[in-house]
Design a protein around this ligand. Structure first.
Ligand SMILES: Nc1ncnc2c1ncn2[C@@H]1O[C@H](COP(=O)(O)OP(=O)(O)O)[C@@H](O)[C@H]1O
Ligand SMILES: [Mg+2]
Length: 426
């Protein structure tokens, strides 16, 4: 709990004191004497003090006055008819309210009873002998007036202090209430934050779990991809092997064929199968299992054709001008077969009876979506009577139908030797 600082307390107190000073009031002084002339004399002496002088002509009257108000000091004549000064003093002392009111006895020296005074000497009692010296009386009374004032002042200050203290306590209570409310709000907010934190934690945990699961499934995917690649490679390898087996079977069969024309048909079929087997071999060797380096493939294909036709390489030159291009299986197989047919035709038909010349193969990317393939020879030339798009023979029929299949175009230029110009979509 917080308290007011010292400076604040001091300010409140001094404000209260200064208010008190302004309220200075006249003080009551009780004059008791059975003789009116004595009362008048006392009044005359004390008038200059400027206080409220109350006169009583007997002990009884004095006691009645004490019932009505409080007095700073009582001037009490000792010898009075009825209850005398001492008895009056005793009764005054009996009352709680006037127990500490100072009493000054006024007495003739001759009537002094020292025992009685001694009895009173412990209380706030003084005595003066008649005839009274006005200066002494005035100054004694002034002392009591001052004492009364100071006491009253202190009492009032005590009351104000109590009020200030009560205010302070009230403020402290309010402060404590505010503190308590604040604490409750802080606790509530803390609880909310804790809840949010917990839900965040569980969200993070969930995310970690999902990430972990994702990692696992990515790894599984990668593993399965690797597995599939291995499998695909294996399939290319087996397809190639099977095609080679077919080719070998055809080759074995040729031993039993005696007709030259039938033999030729077998040989061409064998070439076709081998050109396909070569593609699968290239795919099997390729890093990218779906696409092959077509340049390498054409070179291998053409040299194997030359070998199989036992062409004297000193008579027929092969010129190959091929750009590095990666081709997918869909395009590579028909392209391979087309090249197979056209190069074979040049080998077979363009240079009869040991003639010499050259065969040219060009393959390059013409635009973003088109490849150019040109196969030409400077042999005897394509027979004028044959429509290359519409032949009886299978070779060129195959070329045309494959070209249709891949959506390409083919043109023949027979002005000098034979030149087939083809455009293939990428
Ligand atoms: N480069 C060529 N030079 C000369 N004649 C050719 C050439 N290509 C094809 N021919 C002629 O076109 C004919 C048809 O060819 P093709 O359909 O491949 O059948 P095949 O080759 O089995 O005879 C061939 O018989 C040949 O007379
Ligand atoms: Mg042919």
């Amino acid at each position: 709990m917080r308290h007011y600082p010292d400076w604040k307390r001091r300010t409140l107190l001094s404000r209260a004191l200064s208010e008190n000073m302004q309220l200075e009031q006249k003080v009551n002084i009780l004059l008791v004497d059975d003789r009116p002339e004595n009362l008048l004399a006392l009044e005359a002496i004390l008038e200059s003090l400027g206080q409220n002088l109350v006169k009583a002509s007997s002990g009884e009257e004095a006691l009645r006055c004490l019932l009505k108000q409080d007095f700073a000091v009582i001037l009490l004549d000792v010898q009075m008819p009825g209850i005398d000064g001492f008895e009056t003093a005793r009764l005054v002392r009996e009352r709680e309210r006037s127990r500490h009111t100072p009493i000054i006895f006024l007495t003739a020296f001759s009537t002094i009873n020292t025992h009685v005074f001694r009895g009173y000497s412990l209380g706030a009692v003084d005595y003066l002998f008649k005839p009274i010296e006005s200066e002494i009386l005035s100054s004694k009374v002034a002392v009591f007036v001052d004492l009364w004032r100071k006491t009253a002042e202190v009492e009032q200050q005590a009351v104000q202090l109590a009020a200030v203290n009560a205010k302070l306590r009230e403020s402290e209570k309010r402060l404590s209430q505010v503190n308590d409310e604040l604490e409750v709000r802080v606790q509530k907010r803390t609880a909310e934050l804790t809840k949010i934190n917990e839900s965040l934690q569980s969200e993070i945990a969930e995310r970690h779990r999902v990430e972990g699961a994702l990692r696992v499934s990515t790894e599984q995917l990668r593993a399965s991809l690797i597995e599939k690649e291995v499998l695909l490679k294996e399939i290319h390898h087996r397809v190639k092997n099977n095609l080679q087996i077919i080719s070998s079977l055809l080759n074995l069969q040729t031993d039993y064929i005696h007709d030259q024309r039938d033999l030729e048909i077998f040989k061409v079929s064998q070439n076709r199968i081998e050109s396909m087997a070569l593609i699968h071999e290239k795919l099997y060797q390729s890093k990218d299992l779906a696409r092959i380096e077509f340049c390498e493939y054409i070179q291998d294909l053409v040299s194997s054709l030359v070998c199989s036709y036992e062409v004297n390489s000193s008579k027929v030159d092969l010129k190959v001008n091929i750009e590095q291009v990666l081709l997918g299986l869909d395009l590579a197989i028909p392209c391979g077969l087309i090249i197979n047919e056209l190069v074979l035709n040049s080998l077979k038909h363009a240079f009869p009876e040991g003639r010499s010349g050259e065969i040219c193969i060009e393959f390059y990317v013409e635009s973003d979506d088109r490849i150019a393939l040109i196969i030409s020879d400077n042999g005897i030339g394509f027979p004028q009577g044959i429509d290359f798009r519409n032949t009886e023979s299978l070779g060129l029929q195959l070329v045309n139908s494959l070209m249709n299949q891949i959506g390409g175009t083919i043109e023949l230029n027979a002005t000098q030797g034979t030149e087939f110009k083809m455009k293939l979509p990428m």
